[in-house]
Design a protein. Structure first.
Length: 331
């Protein structure tokens, strides 16, 4: 009998969830968009790119900026089809035009659409309804994933229902707008690389977003670190986000941030080695219980180690040849 793959041995059919790259890189200025696309084409799809139609567009130039984003999505630079776009918020005059233009010109190339600043679940529902109507209108058959930025009081209040929405693939935390929405009640320090992990209101928001995302099988994406030249602060924030708060994806706002985030969110060599040894032994045992280094393991812990191995693969970590052959031969 052929060895059973962990995806079939350890999970029910309904437990399969999309695995996104651990970095979501944002850019809105044309030169930086082109540079980021060239870097992704070179490095491979180990990070996503979000081309920004919201903050990247000059006031009055929204249509022209959306046109540029559509051209870049369709260009040879988009080699891996792991490029999405951030729209204007639902209710903004440019939202419908953003969606219609991007779907009609690059709907098959888009990896996702990011909806920012929803005020509540209703805004998310309306935005998804319009996106789906545009997909149908332009004959796009693929179910284009929708990501949501949680950055208002109302969206945080409705975060569990937003995460449960079937069209939502990922939730991101919008740190800067969330702090600003408190009208000066949260100090500026709470937007820093260190302060965002200590202020109770900010920490509460991060925990609720991560918990809601995991409860519904969606990907929680951690917010920005604006001190983009401080690689130590960035790595520390990324490690805390994943190890303490459960985030499996993080925003980058400068190309220099991509590699440090990848490194911080990747499992270490020891974790990878443990996962490989345990999973190979479990597969040999037909996924029954085993003993590994005086510790008992069964399918509950196997699921954990399979997630470790998948994260290693998504972050470009080298894997032993036997692990590649056993688990990623079709990748």
């Amino acid at each position: 009998m052929a060895a059973l793959h962990p995806q079939f041995a350890l999970f029910d059919e309904g437990d399969a969830h999309p695995l996104l790259p651990v970095v979501d890189h944002y850019c809105g200025v044309e030169a930086r968009m082109r540079k980021s696309l060239a870097l992704q084409a070179e490095k491979g799809p180990v990070f996503d790119i979000t081309l920004d139609c919201e903050d990247g567009a000059p006031i009055g130039g929204e249509a022209e900026h959306a046109q540029l984003v559509g051209e870049l999505l369709n260009s040879p630079l988009n080699r891996h089809d792991r490029v999405g776009a951030r729209l204007h918020p639902w209710g903004h005059a440019a939202f419908e035009a953003d969606v219609d233009h991007l779907v009609s010109t690059a709907g098959e190339r888009l990896a996702f659409l990011m909806v920012p600043k929803p005020r509540n679940l209703h805004d998310v529902e309306q935005a998804c309804h319009f996106i789906d109507a545009s997909l149908a209108c332009h004959g796009i058959s693929k179910p284009l994933p929708v990501h949501v930025l949680i950055e208002t009081h109302g969206a945080l209040r409705d975060v569990d229902a937003i995460a449960a929405h079937p069209r939502i693939e990922s939730l991101s935390f919008g740190l800067m707008d969330f702090v600003s929405a408190h009208r000066g009640a949260i100090p500026q320090q709470a937007m820093s690389a260190q302060g965002q992990f200590s202020h109770p209101l900010v920490l509460r928001a991060k925990l609720e977003i991560a918990a809601a995302a995991h409860a519904h099988g969606k990907t929680p994406s951690h917010c920005v670190v604006t001190e983009f030249k401080d690689s130590v602060a960035l790595k520390t924030a990324a490690r805390r986000a994943t190890q303490e708060l459960g985030y499996t994806r993080m925003w980058s706002i400068h190309p220099q941030q991509i590699a440090p985030i990848l490194e911080a969110l990747a499992p270490c060599t020891e974790e990878i080695d443990d996962a490989v040894e345990i999973l190979l032994a479990a597969q040999t045992a037909g996924w029954g219980p085993i003993q590994h280094r005086n510790t008992l393991h069964d399918r509950a812990s196997y699921r954990f180690f399979w997630h470790v191995l998948q994260r290693a693969k998504r972050t470009g970590q080298p894997l032993p040849s036997e692990a590649r052959a056993a688990f990623f031969a079709d990748a």
